[in-house]
Write a protein that binds this ligand. Structure first.
Ligand code: UDP
Ligand code: MG
Length: 347
């Protein structure tokens, strides 16, 4: 076993071949400057380009680079989850591969950690090279989620953060499927603080978060931390019932006084369609939650590891549902034979 590193840097990677060499260079510069042993954990999230080959080459030239490769694309949040499962450092840094999070901020995160904070998140004060649409939706989303949840998720933070071993172990015990890691790492508590930074433009390539993925991510964030959407149906129900009661009184009075108001089909049709719409929306919201419960009870593994280089495997809590079928996890052939020989014979 290699000596236990002080720092682990977890990098989720999905089709980032154009960026990896530069990322490695800048990360190494920064990490070496810290003067303590470290590891860089690349989690290959089912890339279809040459990312994996590049990571392998980096691992061969520098054993501090370790690689965990998924059997397919499981998503950014799962890649981070796997990184936390395999990381061995006393402090773990999560950083995007695309250099939007500058590695040069890591020493600032480390300094705060040394002051005694267990979670140090990086707060973007500016975003460069993002579309106005992404900037606006992100801004609105973080403000919305802050209002409707009772978790204190700091504004304008992403997953770029440093976490102490204690926090990492806590997060590792949380095996929920729809993962909003930045919310979860606030939920756990401990002493938390932020460090401001300027979010850079992507170094190369394009975003791996198209609109539909972003929407799903936002829904995961909201449903993981709030029942508010479910309560909307209740509030609407009470509101509409109260209005209708008033309306009944109004219609009776209008009729008795001989007014010809609200006669005709259009009124009925509009009322029925309006309520039908509201009911369908409420059902849909219910569906979002029921679907998530369904996924949760299936208890499938969160991700499947098909290949690893350099890692020693996760120290898995028994309920963790980690599937690692990579070669390195396979029993050596001799052990397997022995095991067969020692197996109890059928009577
Ligand atoms: N990523 C991933 N799996 C995915 C999508 C993205 O591992 O399915 C990685 C990606 O390689 C990058 C990070 O997650 O390191 C953030 O993705 P991206 O930069 O595309 O998101 P954005 O910054 O545009 O929100
Ligand atoms: Mg990015």
């Amino acid at each position: 076993m290699s000596p236990k590193p002080a720092y682990s840097v977890v990098v989720p990677v999905y089709n980032e071949e154009a960026i990896l060499p530069e990322l490695y260079r800048r990360l190494t510069d920064v990490m070496e400057g810290l003067g303590e042993p470290y590891e860089i954990l690349f989690v290959n999230d089912g890339s279809r380009d040459h990312s994996l080959q590049i990571m392998h080459a980096l691992h061969r030239q520098d054993p501090r680079v370790k690689v965990i490769s998924f059997s397919r694309n499981f998503g950014h949040q799962m890649a981070i989850t796997a990184g936390l499962d395999y990381a061995r450092g006393d402090a773990v840094v999560i950083i995007d591969a695309d250099l939007q999070d500058p590695p040069e901020v890591i020493p600032d995160l480390v300094a705060k950690w040394k002051e005694g904070y267990e979670v140090v998140y990086a707060v973007r004060t500016e975003r460069e090279g993002e579309t106005w649409f992404k900037e606006l939706t992100a801004k609105l989303f973080y403000r919305l989620i802050r209002r409707i949840t009772n978790v204190d998720i700091p504004l304008d933070t992403g997953d770029f953060r440093l976490m102490d071993r204690q926090v990492v172990e806590t997060l590792r015990a949380m095996r929920e499927r729809h993962r909003f890691m930045r919310g979860m790492s606030s939920w756990v508590g401990f002493r938390q603080t932020g460090v401001p930074y300027r979010r850079q433009a992507r170094f190369a390539g394009e975003t791996k978060y198209p609109f539909n993925k972003m929407l799903k991510f936002a829904l995961d964030g909201i449903t993981s931390f709030s029942y508010m959407p479910l309560q909307i149906a209740t509030y609407l129900g009470f509101g509409i019932a109260a209005l209708s009661a008033l309306f009944i009184v109004f219609v009776v009075i209008a009729r008795l006084s001989g007014l010809q108001a609200f006669a005709g089909q259009a009124t009925t049709l509009v009322a029925v369609l309006f309520l039908g719409g509201i009911q369908l929306i409420s059902l849909g919201i219910l569906g979002e939650y029921v679907g998530r419960i369904y996924e949760e009870v299936k208890e499938r593994p969160l991700y499947i590891v098909s290949k690893t280089w350099g890692v020693e495997g996760p120290s898995v809590p028994p309920h963790a549902h980690v599937v690692d079928v990579s070669d390195s996890r396979r029993m050596p052939a001799t052990d397997r034979k022995e095991k067969q020989e020692n197996a109890p014979q059928p009577q």
